[in-house]
Design a protein around this ligand. Structure first.
Ligand SMILES: Cc1cc2nc3c(=O)[nH]c(=O)nc-3n(C[C@H](O)[C@H](O)[C@H](O)COP(=O)(O)OP(=O)(O)OC[C@H]3O[C@@H](n4cnc5c(N)ncnc54)[C@H](O)[C@@H]3O)c2cc1C
Ligand SMILES: NC(=O)c1ccc[n+]([C@@H]2O[C@H](COP(=O)([O-])OP(=O)(O)OC[C@H]3O[C@@H](n4cnc5c(N)ncnc54)[C@H](O)[C@@H]3O)[C@@H](O)[C@H]2O)c1
Length: 472
């Protein structure tokens, strides 16, 4: 057994762990990083990157098939699914050097390609190494949750870990789960030419503002994705190429392939948390507002800590932990500044409070400012004018923003800044943006907040009248 000592031990080289390791090592700390699987974790290898690459292929196919309105003849795209998956693999390969062992060793990080397991409150065993560390960061992420549906384990099913190995296009893809994974992949496959049926036990995109989710669901349905809501998958049977899902209403849905996307479970098995006095909660490792576990020397970040499961959240957690552990600065997670986006077309994005949450918290003080995309010249030119922005405002400051429409994932960035920097609506209204851009929607929405105050205000009218009388 080889014994080592370090300042920082990071368990898991995904979005969160890599950010901690890079930050801490480049600021002079001694860092050991453990990873038994692929460097880069879920996001690079099985999540964000492959899904967005496949969505890009699907978007190309869709545009070819829907060009006529622009004066360009529609063509039926000849989809080579294996080549689309090769594009996915190439995208991963192009990004992988950023997360590679070599790059991190270049920062001075000791990378050990083994799984870590606590053997005491301050020590972790990884293969033939026992590493004692002053601070330990658990960043082991999450895995697809596979529900105990009778028959599921007897049929070949896909998850986000195996979908990217598929080389034959599914003739009919059945998807259990209408969350972001299910719907992003449902639309991508439909656009690449598969029949797609989504089976959702409750409401599809159930975490989102229902009015905005409806805009996305309407488009997916219009493109031919069958989305069944309030429909629970009860049993699964069949074999590769001929799979049946029976739902609670007794209906039988037949397809060639099955994708299971019903949420995630935290990667805590085999970590030996008991040996370190680390407790778990329902959704993952229990942490306080500063991401410390019940063992004060150990932090948990990213998906395994049970909060919102996004790459940018894992990265944000990493920044807080580095600040706290290296400089002793107090840190606190601010859930209200964390955005999210679902990359369907149209996109769906959220930061801060939804309308329902804001109404519950702020009651009558809440103003909801709405702006449909149909007023945006660029959206009209691109025939992408289906969409809606809603911003929740209290006393002149935004407390939440929700939107569905083209580039919503880009538009939400400004509201994420507004919430984190506590900007006022007047700051957004005062910004000048280039014409014609989709981004003008943000400024125009802020203008909509002020228009009744300026244009329907008798005092303003009197002041203007007076000033005009005195001006030469
Ligand atoms: C299909 C899909 C699409 C997604 N799309 C997006 C998106 O568009 N945008 C977005 O923000 N998020 C997206 N996500 C979520 C995002 O991938 C995760 O939130 C993010 O990867 C979490 O980072 P993490 O560091 O917590 O975990 P991960 O990135 O999963 O890294 C955890 C690492 O820990 C390793 N590990 C596990 N156990 C051990 C152990 N005992 N010892 C050492 N190492 C261990 C794992 O092998 C893994 O490499 C998507 C997820 C999926 C599944
Ligand atoms: N664009 C992005 O940022 C992005 C994309 C994909 C995934 N992610 C992350 O990954 C996480 C996991 O995504 P997900 O879509 O797997 O999970 P999810 O929890 O968001 O959605 C799963 C859905 O499956 C449904 N469900 C559960 N059991 C079912 C059953 N037996 N039959 C039918 N439906 C059932 C649930 O009601 C829920 O709507 C997301 O919450 C998100 O944090 C992010």
């Amino acid at each position: 057994m080889q014994r080592m000592k370090t300042d920082f031990l990071v368990i898991g080289a995904g979005s969160g762990g890599l950010s901690v390791a890079a930050g801490a090592a480049q600021m002079g700390a001694k860092v050991v990083l453990l990873e038994p699987g692929e460097m880069g974790g879920d996001c690079l290898n099985y999540g964000c990157v492959p899904s967005k690459a496949l969505i890009a292929s699907a978007s190309r196919a869709h545009r070819m098939a829907h060009a006529e309105a622009f004066g360009v003849a529609d063509v039926a795209p000849q989809v080579d699914y294996a080549a689309a998956q090769a594009h996915v693999a190439e995208t991963i390969a192009r990004i992988a050097p950023m997360d590679s062992q070599e790059r991190f060793e270049g920062f001075g990080v000791t990378v050990i390609r083994e799984a870590g397991r606590f053997v005491s409150p301050t020590e972790v065993q990884a293969g033939a190494h026992v590493i004692a560390a002053r601070r330990i960061v658990i960043a082991t992420g999450s895995s697809p949750f596979v529900p105990p549906i009778p028959g599921l384990s007897d049929v070949p099913y896909l998850t986000n870990e195996t979908l990217w190995q598929l080389r034959e296009r599914p003739g009919h893809l059945l998807v259990i789960g209408g969350g972001p994974i299910g719907l992003e992949m449902a639309q991508a496959h439909r656009r690449l030419g598969s029949e797609v049926t989504v089976i959702e036990a409750q409401r599809a995109l159930g975490r989102e503002d229902p009015e905005l989710a409806a805009i996305v669901l309407e488009e997916l349905r219009a493109e031919g994705v069958t989305i069944l809501e309030d429909t629970q998958a009860r049993t699964v049977r069949g074999q590769g190429g001929a799979i049946e899902v029976e739902t609670a209403d007794g209906a039988v849905h037949r397809g060639t392939h099955l994708l299971v996307a019903v949420g995630r479970r935290p990667n805590i098995d085999g970590l030996g948390l008991d040996a370190a006095g680390i407790e778990t909660a329902q959704a993952g490792i229990a942490v306080d507002e500063g991401l410390r576990t019940t063992n004060r020397r150990v932090y948990a970040i990213g998906d395994v800590s049970g909060g919102p499961q996004f790459t940018h959240v894992a990265g944000y957690h990493a920044g807080l932990v580095v600040r706290n552990a290296l400089f002793g600065l107090p840190v606190k997670v601010k859930p209200q500044i964390l955005p999210r986006a679902t990359y369907t077309a149209p996109e769906l994005a959220q930061v801060g409070l939804t309308e329902t949450e804001a109404r519950r918290i702020h009651g009558d003080r809440l103003e909801v400012i709405r702006l449909p995309y149909q007023h945006n010249d660029r959206a009209i030119a691109m025939r992408q004018s289906a969409g809606l922005l809603k911003v929740m405002v209290v006393k002149g400051r935004p407390v939440g923003a929700s939107m569905a429409g083209a580039q919503a994932g880009e538009l939400i960035g400004l509201w994420a800044l507004a919430l984190s920097a506590r900007l006022k609506m007047s700051d957004i209204a005062g910004m000048v943006v280039p014409y014609p851009t989709i981004g003008e929607l943000n400024k125009r929405l802020a203008g909509t907040y002020f228009s009744p105050r300026l244009f329907e205000n008798e005092t303003v009218k009197k002041v203007v009248g007076l000033v005009q009388r005195w001006l030469p």
